[in-house]
Design a protein around this ligand. Sequence first.
Ligand code: ADP
Ligand code: MG
Length: 398
Amino acid sequence: MSGGTETTATAEKVAARFHELYGTAPDGVWAAPGRVNLIGEYTDFNDGFVMPLALPHTAVAAVARRTDGRLRVHSAEAEADVGSGEGVVHLDVAALRPGTGSGWAVYPAGVVWALREAGHTAVTGADIHLSSTVPTGAGLSSSAALEVVTALALNDLYGLGLTGPELAVLAQRAENAFVGVPCGVMDQMASACCEEGHVLHLDTRDLAGRQIPFDLAAHGLRLLVVDTGVKHALGDGAYAERRAGCEAGARALGVRTLRQVPYEGLPDALACLADPTVRAYVHHVVSDNHRVERTTALLDAGDVRAVGPVLDEGHASLRDDLRVSCPELDLVVSAAGAAGALGARMTGGGFGGSAVVLVEADRAGEVASAVEGAFAAAGRPAPRIFPAVPSAGARRVL
Ligand code: ADP
Ligand code: MG
């Protein structure tokens, strides 16, 4: 899936469906991508570094302004879940309250709420129809794609003049406060701000971003995404527990966030921590921040192959220190490594979801087959494997 043509065809299809549903043409069509994170995991809520890239998979939304206080939302994918009115969800903008919504519509509704909370009360309603190719619940940020596409469309339609990072922060607020998911800001920043052919080096302390060229094809390389298709229930409370552990570590070390612990100071910091769990979490966060910086230096030097072992180290740290991996993710990493991949790691929150595998382009098929073979041998359903082509962030498409 590449190039602008397919996006335009998709946008026209989404606009046509909007017309069928609401009886008028939309004011425009916008797209926002899902993402994978190359390196820097569980670092964003510690003011640390991350390095995501946008996927070619996008949420595409046709949107029209409404000035009567009504918000109507419809998703091509969620259609079957809703009983009446062709699946259109009707909401009253003035009545939107955090924690009161249910179902997928909380994501776009949360964005409308967050914009109004931030003083953008000109946003008085909208009709929205969307369709997304971002796999859901695979750790590829289908939720952020939904939020960011809504935020960007409303920003344009109501002339709010907000920047990409400002929209990302509002989208994160929608997910934290309205939906009730305590995520960091990486997913929304990636969807809003990534650029085609680049990874985004993001400092989550001040949201300073740097686009780093990531032309895998020019280096004869490929980055595979392996969606294990599993999601372990354990993951639900584990994120909050890891977050609390990192905060406890920061408190014990007398710093506001773990970002303030320099890599060179890690042995001394660890020696100050009595709780072995907290010590392991601190070890992960400080060393993963360092891995982002090492990856940056390697990419700047054009030594993309050398990123492979850094990915392997990152996975070991997530598996052993933070303990957020799972057997399926470990299987991807070990099978890919045994088949000659340059490196691999779980990506996203873990406990299922996806892994990334860096591989020589001419060995990508072999490595993918080896991973599929390992899953079959373990009696698991086949994973979904596709190349992560670094793609554009959120934009207007029609
Ligand atoms: P992730 O963001 O990793 O995909 P989340 O659990 O954060 O996983 O978000 C998934 C949720 O986002 C889905 O359960 C659904 O509510 C919503 N969602 C994502 N894509 C769509 C879509 N195309 N239509 C409706 N809802 C969607
Ligand atoms: Mg999400």
